[in-house]
Design a protein around this ligand. Structure first.
Ligand SMILES: Cc1cc2nc3c(=O)[nH]c(=O)nc-3n(C[C@H](O)[C@H](O)[C@H](O)COP(=O)(O)OP(=O)(O)OC[C@H]3O[C@@H](n4cnc5c(N)ncnc54)[C@H](O)[C@@H]3O)c2cc1C
Ligand code: SF4
Length: 329
């Protein structure tokens, strides 16, 4: 599979990068490590005429702050640096642990945190070469008129398959976006649309500059990933759990909680019922079981990625138990 022809630009400042994309219009696209975009271009799923690298923008290549003040991670930081960074390992270990599960060491040396948070949605009928897709007359997501997963549906159900997305939503991260029109911050939990085609709230001309994490004041988080091969594979279920404790009459109780399911729908799924069960209670077996039951009920995976989807639904219960158990004392 060959890349189509394109013009490659390497701006050195944010102002230059957003000017290029604003002048070039919808035919242009940003690229970071290219580990998602270039395979997509080879498969003719995305066909930008101009590709603008974000790897030489200094502001996107830095990490500032710590767990006390909150951390700001530049979008072009490669995943290997996220895995190995001493402050991330010490203060936000869930991020380095989740990043460690992404693809392979070689791909983590290329792929960035920003590219991971903006990953294209995935589906067995879409992640195929051009000829394969042509043989089934394409599908709604690209060049076709029918969704092969749900033929009666007007919506694409391709799956949000990033490992860091559920973690960022669970932690309450914010993303900073910049364009020639200005700058805005958006909460990670507001950033993803439940639509496999229009999956981001980001406009194509907006550059993701950095990710803002809250201070680590008494919360803990964990991430559990289901995949076929332990060596490398996309998640077909990812459970991110976040709890904040407080002492109450001598007992530590959960005062805030978030359970996020990834890899099963076009956007990360917030299990509000699980949080309700946990809040105001100690994190013990009974409450973990009840939260896991809520995750099982909320999980509705479709038959468009690896493994039997009913089994992935069952696993939502088990993986929620694992994620919460990791957070017990
Ligand atoms: C074999 C293989 C296995 C993989 N396994 C996993 C896995 O297990 N888990 C997982 O989560 N991912 C996996 N991936 C996907 C991918 O490698 C990672 O998600 C990686 O982090 C993507 O980052 P990138 O910098 O290469 O993104 P790119 O390909 O450069 O970009 C991805 C998208 O983000 C946009 N973009 C990038 N940076 C910016 C920016 N700063 N502002 C605006 N837009 C931007 C691009 O336009 C593109 O649309 C795998 C990929 C491969 C090929
Ligand atoms: S969910 Fe349907 S429309 Fe979306 S990629 Fe898969 S087959 Fe295509």
């Amino acid at each position: 599979m060959r890349l189509p022809k394109f013009t490659y630009r390497t701006p050195r400042t944010i102002a230059e990068a957003v000017k290029i994309i604003s002048d070039t219009g919808p035919e242009a696209q940003f690229v970071a490590g290219g580990t998602d975009l270039y395979p997509n271009m080879k498969r003719r799923q995305q066909m930008p005429k101009t590709v603008i690298s974000v790897m030489r923008l200094p502001e996107l290549n830095q990490i500032t702050g710590d767990g006390k003040s909150g951390l700001v991670i530049g979008a072009s930081m490669i995943l290997t640096e996220i895995v190995e960074h001493p402050i991330i390992k010490r203060d936000y270990p869930v991020i380095s642990a989740a990043a460690r599960t992404i693809s392979t060491p070689i791909l983590r040396n290329m792929g960035t945190i920003g590219g991971n948070l903006l990953l294209d949605t995935r589906c067995n009928y879409y992640d195929q070469n051009y000829e394969w897709r042509k043989a089934i007359n394409f599908c709604l997501k690209k060049d076709g008129e029918v969704c092969w997963v749900a033929p009666g549906s007007a919506k694409c159900w391709a799956v949000q398959s990033s490992d860091l997305v559920p973690v960022m939503v669970a932690l309450g991260a914010k993303f900073r976006l910049v364009s020639t029109a200005g700058e805005r911050m958006i909460d990670a939990d507001q950033f993803y649309n439940d639509d496999g085609i229009d999956y981001l709230k980001k406009r194509p001309d907006e550059l993701l500059v950095d990710i803002h994490l809250p201070p680590t004041d008494g919360w803990r988080a964990s991430y559990q990933k289901l995949r076929r091969r332990g060596a490398f594979d996309f998640p077909v279920l990812g459970v991110a759990a976040y709890v904040k404790y407080d002492a109450c009459a001598g007992e530590r109780v959960v005062i805030d909680a978030r359970i996020i399911l990834g890899g099963i729908a076009p956007s990360p799924v917030l299990v509000t019922e699980a949080a309700q069960v946990l809040r105001g209670n100690p994190l013990n077996d009974d409450h973990i079981q009840a939260a896991a039951e809520a995750a099982y009920i909320k999980a509705r995976p479709l038959d468009n990625t690896d493994f039997v989807y009913q089994w992935r639904k069952q696993m939502a219960r088990q993986y929620t138990i694992r994620a919460l158990t990791e957070l017990c004392d």
